[in-house]
Design a protein around this ligand. Sequence first.
Ligand SMILES: NC(=O)c1ccc[n+]([C@@H]2O[C@H](COP(=O)([O-])OP(=O)(O)OC[C@H]3O[C@@H](n4cnc5c(N)ncnc54)[C@H](OP(=O)(O)O)[C@@H]3O)[C@@H](O)[C@H]2O)c1
Length: 311
Amino acid sequence: SYNHLECCKTFALNAHEKKRKITQLKHVLITGCDSGFGNLLARQLDRKGFQVTAACLTEKGAADLAAATSPRLNTLLLDVTDSASINKAVESVSRGVGERGLWGLVNNAGRSTPIGPTEWMKLEDFTEVLDVNLIGVIEVTLQFLPLLKKARGRVVNVASILGRLSLTGGGYCLSKWGVEAFSDSLRRDMQHFGIKVSIIEPGFFKTNITRTDLIDADLRRLWSRLPHDVKDSYGAAYFDESQSLSMGILCSSDLSKVTGCMEHALTARFPRTRYAAGWDAKLFWIPLSYLPSFIADYVVNVLLPAPKTDV
Ligand SMILES: NC(=O)c1ccc[n+]([C@@H]2O[C@H](COP(=O)([O-])OP(=O)(O)OC[C@H]3O[C@@H](n4cnc5c(N)ncnc54)[C@H](OP(=O)(O)O)[C@@H]3O)[C@@H](O)[C@H]2O)c1
């Protein structure tokens, strides 16, 4: 039985070693790695032996991440709204992956502000967010598809529960609904070539995107440029209440719930089409999105501040 135990141990070690070797051949590109989910995923996959290319928006973000990870991890600068920057990233990744191609593309980069009542927005407030969260995802994906096709790889697109239920005005919810639709078409079109596409739908998590001080400061900016009659129709109390709508209570600080889903989508033999990440997504927001609109509207009205009604 001692021999049997040794045999099992050797078998397990061999299997582990084999898995590690396969992993080491797999290249994954992640966008938006300066902070948040992208940053954590880059470290997580690096620890597991993947060849990670972490695309950052800033030099500081790239330098900090490089300092905290193994020499295997590459960083590059990528602004997903800039075609020249995307082309440069494709060239660099293409040289790195060679004939093996790119195993994984994680479209994670995103921004949230400006968010607020629709009436407070100008057209450019929508386009600023759509350019990063939707057009950026589409262009990066299109440019990397040939490399992904070579590896019969995986695309992981970060949407949101706000891609299932539109809670606020501004470009964010629109962009995430767009990511859902784009990912559905992409999955159906690319399945013939062995490319699998997964959508991550996180609930609320503590990252820069949900920082209430930044969101409040931006709301203040929107409020300050409103004409007096519009301000009057909402009432100053509305603005104070908006500020007190604290995402702090809702937000989970366990970002690994999201990066765990991303890793599953990249590594599982049968990745899921959609991953709801976080209890609020699973038990509240997504179920609410299936209910009739009048019920969802009622619940959202209870949660969000209302303009003064005597207008
Ligand atoms: N946190 C949540 O509750 C939540 C929920 C659902 C979905 N999401 C989604 O999760 C993804 C990651 O966000 P996060 O929560 O981890 O927030 P985050 O920490 O702000 O991460 C977003 C990253 O995208 C980068 N970025 C912004 N504009 C970019 C551009 N034009 N090109 C390239 N990179 C750009 C940001 O860089 P800088 O930091 O330098 O600006 C940042 O590193 C986003 O798509 C977001 O919409 C988040």
